[in-house]
Design a protein around this ligand. Structure first.
Ligand code: NAG
Ligand code: NAG
Ligand code: NAG
Ligand code: NAG
Ligand code: NAG
Ligand code: FE2
Length: 419
């Protein structure tokens, strides 16, 4: 995508752009290919980087929106060379703008920030059941920046990875979470325990109740859609867990499954864009009472949360998937026709998510940390048999922006461009 724009800029700079102030108070920027952009005076002024407009170090704008005259418009404009436009505003201010910078924003608003000098955000690549989760060695992730960069990039692109060789010690998951990002605490504290006895009896006097803490099979879901904000990435650390050479085996039948919710959503959209629209427009009510009545968590959100800004193709990208039967996801009262269509759409999403060919199957082993994007990847577990033994898993949540920042810092340090 970057090269497409680069080629475009070169073409622009070779040719001679034309700028003129129109009678409708816009600045018209015409390119030789016949493309024309009409710019608003406030839109352009917002991008002014002169000393009276921004702090020269941070590039942070100095004025509040109401501090510019409400009738401000363009006085005049002229080209300085082929790539700079000088603009006079009616409040007496004159600014210089690089045409290249303006075009970047006009063509790809989402990826052309002004204050951060360089910014790359890996684009998600969706996957189906034949995807092989990348494995990482715990010590390598901690000690080698290059490996840590690979892991963070994997998590942003594919949404899941497995870290092996982790000490089977209480609390490690918190330290590791902090190493990758900022920790997202909940009212459960910085981490949570999932202890499951095959007979369903809770060990350690646990008071929190959840279907996940019973031997029952749990269908595909994302965690905590009832929280606002919903936790971004989830880390699960197996402390005690059965394991087989080749899973499943007689002493260990339980299997873990991951499905890429972005892939499922794309499949649904391909089948029926109306179904996709219904799941992205209608907010359902997710609920949780803490298992012991101590929580009162209620959050409204559509199953498919779209970004509020459009990408270069004019599409609002899918930002998050929230789906969890055990969290209620109660649909609002709607007219009967919409209600029927909504349940049909959700049934199809659920069926696609549960199709074996879409799922990665694994058996979570002691000493492993599974990291996954909880706003994208759905996880599931088969039932736990009496012969499976006891399980103890510690989990923690981390923030997406912290993970992305870790990636961005490591990328800059390693001077490794994305493409
Ligand atoms: C705008 O007009 C003023 C006064 O005529 C002139 O000094 C200035 O150079 C012009 N600026 C531009 C950008 O054309
Ligand atoms: C601007 O573009 C024109 C047309 O291609 C070219 O003749 C001229 O040399 C360029 N000027 C500058 C300052 O680059
Ligand atoms: C992560 O761990 C490594 C090795 O212990 C350490 O050098 C690094 O500073 C840690 N990073 C963060 C962000 O905590
Ligand atoms: C959806 O359709 C597009 C265009 O035909 C195709 O490239 C893509 O692979 C499909 N996605 C899924 C998940 O089936
Ligand atoms: C859902 O929203 C999209 C745009 O976000 C709109 O185009 C579509 O008509 C809406 N569909 C329904 C069923 O409301
Ligand atoms: Fe879960």
């Amino acid at each position: 995508m970057l090269s497409k724009f680069l080629a475009f800029f070169l073409a622009v700079l070779e040719a001679f752009p034309v700028v003129e102030v129109s009678t409708e108070n816009s600045l018209d920027l015409s390119l030789s290919e016949g493309q024309k952009f009409r710019l608003d005076p406030f839109w352009l002024r917002e991008r002014c980087l002169s000393h009276s407009s921004v702090d020269s170090i941070t590039l942070q704008p100095l004025l509040n929106p109401h501090e510019l005259p409400s009738d401000m418009t363009f006085q005049n404009a002229s080209l300085v060379g082929n790539n700079t436009v000088q603009v006079g505003f009616t409040d007496g201010h004159t600014s210089l703008f690089q045409i290249e910078d303006l075009l970047k924003e006009l063509m790809d608003f989402r990826h052309s920030p002004i204050q951060p000098a360089a910014y790359e955000r890996p684009k998600p690549i969706s996957w189906s059941g034949d995807y092989k989760l990348n494995n990482y060695d715990y010590e390598e992730v901690l000690n080698q920046e290059e490996t840590r960069l690979k892991l963070t990039k994997d998590l942003l692109i594919y949404g899941a990875a497995l870290v092996q060789g982790v000490p089977k010690e209480h609390g490690i998951v918190i330290e590791f979470g902090k190493n990758l990002s900022t920790l997202r605490q909940t009212e459960w504290g910085p981490f949570f325990n999932v202890r499951t006895k095959p007979d369903g009896e809770q060990s350690g006097g646990a008071t929190k109740r959840d279907l996940a803490y019973t031997p029952r099979a749990i269908g595909f879901h994302t965690d905590n859609p009832y929280r606002d904000p919903t936790p971004d990435f989830q880390l699960l650390h197996a402390l005690e867990h059965c394991s087989c050479q080749t899973a499943p085996c007689e002493s260990c039948s339980v299997l873990n499954y991951l499905v890429d919710g972005f892939y499922i959503a794309e499949q649904l959209k391909n089948e029926s864009s109306e179904s996709y629209d219904l799941l992205s427009n209608i907010s359902v009510r997710f609920e949780n009472n803490g298992g012991d009545g101590s929580s009162a968590l209620v959050h409204f959100s559509p199953h498919l949360e779209l970004d509020t800004s459009e990408d270069a193709e004019g599409i609002r990208p899918l930002k998050a998937v929230r789906f969890s039967a055990k969290s209620g996801q109660y649909a609002p009262p709607m007219d009967l026709q919409t209600t029927t269509k909504f349940y049909k759409a959700r049934r199809r999403f659920s069926a696609l998510a549960h199709e074996p060919k879409n799922a990665v199957v694994m058996q979570f082993k002691p000493g492993e940390i599974l990291v996954f994007d909880n706003r994208r990847i759905l996880h599931a577990r088969s039932q736990i048999l009496p012969t499976d033994g006891e399980r103890w898993v510690q989990g923690a949540y981390i923030d997406r922006d912290g993970l992305w920042l870790a990636f961005e810092r490591l990328r800059r340090r390693q001077a490794q461009p994305l493409e």
